[in-house]
Design a protein around this ligand. Sequence first.
Ligand SMILES: *Cc1c(COP(=O)(O)O)cnc(C)c1O
Length: 486
Amino acid sequence: MDPQEHEADHGTGSPAAPHMTPEELRLWGRRFLDWVAGYHEQIESYPVLSQVRPGEVADGLPQSPPAEPEGFDAVLDDLERVIVPGLTHWQSPGFFAFFPTPATGPAILGDLLSSGLGVQGMLWASSPACTELESRVLDWLVELCGLPQRFRSDGSGGGVIQDSASSSALCALVAARERALTSAAGATIADLVVYTSQHAHSSIYKSARIAGFGADRVRYVDSDPTYAMSPEALAAAAVADRAAGLVPCAVVGTVGTTSSLAFDPVARLAAIARSEGMWTHVDGALAGAAAVCPEFRFVNRGLAAVDSYCFNPHKWLLTNLDCTAMWVADREALTGALSVTPEYLRNPHSEKGTVIDYRDWQVPLGRRFRSLKLWLVLRWYGAEGLQTHIRSGVAWAQQFAGWVREHPDFSLAAPAPLNLVCFRHRGGDEVNRRILDAVNEEGRFYITHTVLDGQYTLRLSVGTVATRAHHVEAAWDAITAAAANL
Ligand SMILES: *Cc1c(COP(=O)(O)O)cnc(C)c1O
């Protein structure tokens, strides 16, 4: 039906907008879902990296918005014509760049439910199911990943779904700031110091700055040869800052750095933090998911002593963006720092304190029903299915690491404990850069780089849904062929 036709003015003088009727939603919904399924089916036929030049997508779009309602056939045409060529295909089996973000069927359907229900879950009372499913699913993850019991919502802690590891760090640092300002008499924000390592994600520095810490109050503690933060250097830095009249406030450790998947010694960092009265936050963005497998629970080492922790199901746990699982040991420390209550949000359930209001656990007020997609993912795969995905990613990456080790011209640039392999050709930075460009230009694969010890380093990260062993093998063939053809 033409969208203009179907809303008549019934004499009020103000016709309703041409909303999509439930029947139209059903029809278009089938077409669009079919389109998405087809996209996944054909994913291997696209060059992984988008080939467009800057401005090309914008040139394919009209300068001005549509004045009149448009038919959706035209939208589907434009999707194929303008949008798809401008995509880098993150779901491609040859996507070995950065870290993966898997759009699985159950996650897509969970997002569809969330959008379709259109619920705003800021308060328990604004949609009780939104809050209670979220708490339950995060308690499930505590069990599934073997995380400390103190993170469970039936004690003094609890879990929340954030939009990102970045937001989780921000919320943790705001809580740390408030706790330090309350306990250190006379201290101001200018006195507070945050410690992290050079290998921590850039979002830690950004979060610290947004939370109000000075640029000269973020310390990059030295790391050891495996790129893990040195506890001795942390202790020395905290002592020096105390001596200078400053207040050590928070330590942010990483389990699985973005650059090389280095693991900070969390137990030792947390012990130092506790003796200095600091908050410990741990960022497990990618690697935290590995804990669904008992044999990879080393990623959880030390978490029993930390104040907050997060990892991204939207990286390796088969859930599309955005879905970060964050836990705190003491939820009042978090809500105390983030809760501001205007009159229009007051309600009897919140006043009694018997319910969780997730608006107090995050920066924005409004929140989507994100737990639906995690719920669907966990139910579709079960613990066994999740473990199979993690294990296959590790096995294929380990196989790749073995080929690197055996090759006379390549070597590993860092330990490769899970699904990320950092490696380089012995020819030096320029050679490695040319290998990367040649592999990526060819179109079947996308790999990215980092710099470790000042040297240009190639990275291959495994974890998309479509990837199989033969894709990893073909990527290695392409890399060695590119090196041979230089
Ligand atoms: C990817 C990554 C992040 C950023 O994740 P967002 O959810 O996009 O904020 C933070 N820390 C580490 C260690 C990461 O690998």
